[in-house]
Design a protein around this ligand. Structure first.
Ligand SMILES: C[S@@+](CC[C@H](N)C(=O)[O-])C[C@H]1O[C@@H](n2cnc3c(N)ncnc32)[C@H](O)[C@@H]1O
Length: 443
C-alpha cells in the first residue's frame, strides 16, 4: 500500500497545485486543494527533491471548496480549478498575477479584480478532441495531463451543448461507416482529431485525418450531415506527420464554404480552420473593449496590431483612428484579416504576413499606439528593441501568460515606459489560465 501522510498546504503554484514542505525538506505537490487545508494524502511518487501525492481525505476544508460538476474531473485534467467556487477561482487568478508581478520586481502596481463571467461554463467556441480506439470502442476525449491516454467524457461543461452532441454523432457515423481512428503506434487508421468551431449562427467540423483519401469518405460525410443538419461546413485536414501538432497543411472542403463567420463588437469575421480566434467570445468582447479604452485612441493615430491573428483587435479599433496596420505570421489568418477589413468596409486597415519581430525591425515608421498580443512565449528581444526605437506613445499589452508579460514589461520599463495597473481577465474559467492586460505610457 502507498504511504499516507497528514499535511497542511502551504501555498498553491501558479498552476493551482498545492505545495507542502515535508519534514525531510522535500516539497510535496498535491492537486485540487487550497492553501491552509489539512489533508490526508496518499504518496504516488517520491523523487530526490519532489514528492507527488493525491488527496485521500480532506481533513480541514476551505469554505470555498465545491464538488466539480464533471464526472471525469479527477482523471481528465483539462479543468484544474473546478473544485473551487467561481469567486475563489477569480481571486486565485488575481493573486497569481500579483505574485508573478511581485517576483518580477513590481511591488507597487495595482492588480485589479479578475473580470469574470456570469455563467462560467459552455464558453468554448473551439473544441479539439483526439479520437482513439479504447478497449475495442471508438472514443473521443481529452489527453490525461502529461500522457497520450485519452479520457472520454459524457458531457464536457466548458464546451457548448451542441459541440458535445457533434462529437457523439461523429463517433456514431464512424462506427456506422467503419472509419477507424488513427493508431499512433501502428501508424494506421484514419481519424486523428475532431475540431469544432462555432459562431452564433454557423458551425464548422474539421476531420483531421492521417490519410488524404480513404474508403467510405463520401458515405461518412453523408451520415454526419444526416445526424448533424446544423453543421454549416465540413473540412478535412490532412496531417501525415508523427508529431503533437494537431493540424496538417492540406485541407479538402467536404461540405459548405470551408470557414465560419462570427460577429464581435458589431463586425463580422471570417474564421478558417487554422486561424487563431479567441475561444471565449463573451470575454473577448470585454477584453477588446478594455484594450480600446486603455489605448485612449484619437482620430490622428496610426496604430499597429502586432500578432494580429485575423485582425480582430485592429479592426475593432479602426473607427477611432486614422490607420491600422496589422502583422501576423500565419498566412491564412492574414488572408482572413484582409477579407474581414473588406467585408466590414474598413478601408483604413493594412495587414502583413510576416514575423512580427522582422516587421518591426524593417519598418521603423512611427506608430502612435501599438497593441501587442503575442503567443505564450511573449515578445522576443528584437521585437522589444525595435518597439522602443519607434517610441509609440502607448503600448497596450495583452497576454495569456503573465510570466512572459511581466518579463517583457520589465524590459519596457527599463527603456522609458511606465505602467501602474493590470487587469486580469478570465478567458478560461475552470482552468488555471489567466489573461492579463495593461497599458504602458512613454515617460
Ligand atoms: C494570442 S494570439 C492573438 C491573436 C489576435 N490578436 C486575437 O486576439 O485573436 C497570437 C497570434 O500571434 C501569432 N504569432 C505567433 N508567432 C508570431 C510571430 N513570430 N510573428 C507574428 N505573429 C505571430 C499567432 O499565429 C497568433 O495568431
Amino acid at each position: 500500500m502507498n504511504k499516507e501522510i497528514e499535511i497542511t498546504i502551504d501555498h498553491l503554484t501558479k498552476d493551482g497545485v498545492g505545495v507542502s514542505r515535508l519534514e525531510n525538506g522535500k516539497n510535496l505537490y498535491v492537486a485540487n486543494c487550497f492553501s491552509n487545508e489539512k489533508l490526508l494524502v496518499t504518496i504516488d511518487y517520491e523523487g530526490k527533491k519532489q514528492v507527488y501525492g493525491h488527496i485521500k481525505k480532506v481533513l480541514v476544508s476551505n469554505p470555498s471548496r465545491v464538488n466539480p460538476k464533471c464526472d471525469v474531473y479527477y482523471s481528465c485534467g483539462g479543468c484544474h480549478l473546478s473544485f473551487m467556487s467561481y469567486d475563489a477561482q477569480l481571486k486565485f487568478k488575481q493573486e497569481i498575477v500579483k505574485k508573478i508581478y511581485e517576483k518580477a520586481g513590481f511591488n507597487n502596481i495595482i492588480v485589479h479584480e479578475t473580470i469574470g463571467m456570469d455563467y462560467p461554463y459552455e464558453y468554448r467556441n473551439k473544441v479539439q478532441t483526439p479520437v482513439k480506439l479504447k478497449k475495442g470502442k471508438i472514443v473521443a476525449g481529452f489527453y490525461k495531463e502529461n500522457s497520450h491516454d485519452v479520457v472520454p467524457f459524457n458531457f464536457c461543461y466548458v464546451q457548448s451543448k451542441q459541440s458535445n452532441e457533434i462529437i457523439k454523432k461523429v463517433l456514431l457515423a464512424m462506427n456506422e461507416n467503419k472509419i477507424p481512428p488513427y493508431d499512433e503506434d501502428k501508424k494506421t487508421g484514419v481519424i486523428r482529431h475532431l475540431l469544432i468551431r462555432e459562431s452564433d449562427t454557423e458551425t464548422m467540423l474539421v476531420l483531421v485525418t492521417y490519410k488524404d483519401s480513404f474508403p467510405g469518405r463520401k458515405n461518412f460525410v453523408n451520415s454526419i450531415r444526416k445526424y448533424l443538419p446544423n453543421l454549416t461546413t465540413i473540412v478535412q485536414n490532412v496531417n501525415t506527420r508523427h508529431t503533437n501538432v494537431i493540424l496538417g497543411e492540406k485541407e479538402n472542403i467536404l461540405y459548405g464554404k470551408g470557414y465560419i463567420v462570427d460577429t464581435l463588437l458589431g463586425y463580422t469575421y471570417k474564421i478558417s480552420p487554422k486561424s487563431f480566434y479567441q475561444i471565449n467570445k463573451i470575454q473577448t468582447q470585454k477584453l477588446y473593449q478594455k484594450a480600446i479604452e486603455l489605448a485612449s485612441l484619437s482620430k490622428d493615430d496610426v496604430i499597429l496590431d502586432a500578432y494580429c491573428g485575423i485582425g480582430t483587435i485592429g479592426l475593432s479599433a479602426a473607427k477611432y483612428v486614422k490607420q491600422v496596420v496589422g502583422v501576423e505570421i500565419v498566412k491564412d489568418a492574414i488572408k482572413d484579416a484582409k477579407m474581414n477589413a473588406k467585408n466590414n468596409h474598413l478601408d483604413n486597415c493594412m495587414f502583413y504576413c510576416e514575423d512580427a519581430s522582422k516587421f518591426m525591425c524593417d519598418n521603423l515608421n512611427k506608430f502612435d499606439v501599438v497593441f501587442v498580443d503575442p503567443p505564450r512565449k511573449g515578445c522576443d528581444l528584437p521585437f522589444l528593441e525595435a518597439l522602443i526605437k519607434q517610441k509609440p506613445k502607448r503600448i497596450v499589452y495583452i497576454s495569456c501568460n503573465p510570466e512572459t508579460q511581466a518579463s517583457n514589461l520589465s524590459y519596457l520599463v527599463e527603456h522609458g515606459y511606465t505602467f501602474k495597473d493590470i487587469y486580469p481577465f478570465d478567458m478560461f474559467p475552470q482552468s488555471y489560465h489567466v489573461e492579463s492586460i495593461c497599458v504602458l505610457k512613454r515617460k
